[in-house]
Design a binder for this molecule. Sequence first.
Ligand SMILES: O=C(O)CCC(=O)C(=O)O
Ligand SMILES: [Fe+2]
Length: 393
Amino acid sequence: MHAIPVIDVSPLFEYPSEEDSIASVSKAIADACTGMGFFYCTGHGLSDAQISEAIGAARSLFDLDMQQKQAMNSLNSPLRRGYTPQGGQHNCNPTENNKACMPDAKESYVLGAGPDMPKPPQNPVAEAAMRSNQTKTGGSNAPDQRPQDEQGQTHGTGQELQEQQQNGQGTTTAQSPMYGSNQLPPEDVLPGFQGIMRSYWQQLLRVSQVLALGLAKSLDLPDSFFVSKMQDPVAQMLCVRYNMQAPPSSSGATQAHANPDRGNGFDERLLGCGTHTDCGFMTLLCCDGEGLEVCTPQGTWVAALVIPGALLVNLGDMAAMWTNGRYRSTPHRVLLPRIPPESSSARAPSRVSLVFFCNCDFYAPVCAIESPLTDKGTTAGRYMLEKLGLMYK
Ligand SMILES: O=C(O)CCC(=O)C(=O)O
Ligand SMILES: [Fe+2]
């Protein structure tokens, strides 16, 4: 029995038919999002082989020699896309207790929405959800807060938000500051990488839109509520390799990762990724090893075990903002078990994860659904830039 629920989302792909099964899925999503804020998603349409292939492609990128990886150094990219060696990136929640963050013990490679990555594919579910908005009235008190340029009318979402929407009028995500080129490894350096990652990316955009329908249904919102804000999302995919560490010495950088709050036992581990919440809407993760831990509503930590073929979904800050905290943006972290001192293995073990942040359209308005007149609100892009700016100092 997993502490984190497993939800078979396949009925959502039958939308708009299969109403009863969709209602059960939506209920399960609501329970998961008000509880752990994390759930395993099965029935998403990707085969185990596709997931393993993408993890394998990331692994082969990290296996390149350092010179080849440095040729894609994220410092060369204004959007910090590309490769970041170990020690070069923060990923802690900068607001947590106002504590200084230590660099995470990981190397990473970031891909983001841009002209060299695919747009969301044809998606009959998303299209049907968008159409339902035109045909249905009632069913929910919550307004659909699409920007003015899409809907041609204003909503009571607060003056500031309306101004932003007006400023963003006619502006697409592709013209936003978070859209740009990636540093992809050339085909002769890493054959097949680009194709595998583009195809995985496109699949995950499709799954994200379908989950967005499930999330709207779970909140009794219009079916298009979230899908309409994910027409051209500023998605980002973080590929990470957590390299297992030697036991911390009594001095030096690795020692600094030991978490004093955890008391006995924890000193033996290092932090692969500090405690944080994700800043976007939802995150879809696959990985090939354990280490991720999730904070329960009671404040304890549970391990997110690996379920082969499942995608682990969690909500980010925007989901919490829309729902006034009813849906959790759950704190999580990644721990690294140390290599036992007696280990004679020539190669340190490591864990690879692919973390797909399905953010919304850059100019999508985000404000509390139930109190749009009082909540000042923001836009997805503004919120992400603020939070990322704090993390990538
Ligand atoms: O690698 C993982 O398991 C999670 C990483 C993560 O939470 C993040 O990068 O936001
Ligand atoms: Fe995260």
